[in-house]
Design a protein around this ligand. Structure first.
Ligand SMILES: [Zn+2]
Ligand SMILES: [Zn+2]
Length: 262
């Protein structure tokens, strides 16, 4: 990449960061922002998959993208709505109070300078790798310790064939634990707030894609073989004892729990 290109990208990031900061400081520092941002992002990222599920009833091509042909029809609108209510309820009763408290205890400082493109890439990638590692360990524990499974993870496994919105259809304890793992990952890496926002957006997208139930031609895991994607995670929901890592496949390959698809 040329120096001129680097400079142009740096200028774009700086003006993006300044537009986020200018006049938005009050919103950025609001204790209610993290939970509201996470919930709205999740719902918005799921919206295209709701449209795809609806299209599936009239388009054989959309149906051919479903991962398991024998997994039945796409979830109904009622199923989506019930799941939406459950996720909303847990955000209002657990995630919002917890993140507001956490935010009030340590309000972040907003630096003047945006990160460089390279810094943003490294911080986001390192946070994803770290989160993937923490999640893998925690996920194995939730499956191997019966008490933990009953009280944290069973709720999420009510979906044998998951769909996009089900990515966050978990008990309050599990939602809080995953939030803690995500926040710890960016904190350990020492992310710039812009990298942190980017990490949460990508994290949210990867979780939605993992649960979407489709093997889309343009899905990220088809471009990047280090990612398992939806077939990988659907195999976990079906078989339970494979594919514990949420995004990358290296930990499952290393520990012999990798399964390509069901
Ligand atoms: Zn899942
Ligand atoms: Zn599981």
């Amino acid at each position: 990449m040329s120096a001129a290109h680097d400079e142009a990208s740096a200028r774009v990031l700086q003006s993006l960061w300044e537009s986020v900061r200018s006049g938005q400081e009050e919103i950025l520092l609001s204790p209610y922002l993290p939970a509201s941002f996470a919930f709205l992002t999740h719902v918005l990222l799921c919206a295209p998959f709701l449209a795809l599920d609806a299209l599936g009833s009239v388009s054989p091509r959309v149906r051919s993208w479903r991962i398991a042909a024998g997994s039945g029809p796409p979830p109904s609108l009622r199923c989506w709505f019930d799941c939406f209510l459950r996720v909303l309820y847990r955000y209002l009763t657990a995630v919002l109070p917890a993140t507001a408290l956490f935010h009030t205890l340590g309000s972040p400082a907003l630096p003047q300078l945006a990160p460089s493109c390279w810094q943003l890439f490294v911080e986001v990638f390192a946070s994803l790798l770290l989160f993937d590692t923490f999640f893998f360990i925690w996920h194995v524990c939730m499956h191997r310790v019966p008490w933990l499974y009953r009280n944290t993870h069973r709720q999420h496994h009510q979906h044998h064939v998951p769909f996009a919105l089900a990515a966050q259809d978990s008990g309050s304890l599990e939602l809080l634990s995953l939030l803690l793992l995500a926040l710890s990952s960016t904190w350990i890496v020492g992310c710039h707030p812009l990298s942190e926002i980017s990490f949460h957006l990508i994290n949210s997208w990867l979780a939605v894609e993992d649960h979407c139930g489709y093997k889309l031609p343009w899905a990220l895991h088809r471009q990047l073989p280090c990612l398992g994607g939806a077939p990988h995670h659907q195999a976990h929901h079906t078989l339970h004892s494979v594919n514990y890592a949420p995004y990358f496949i290296h930990w499952d390959v290393l520990f012999g729990t990798y399964r390509g698809s069901v």
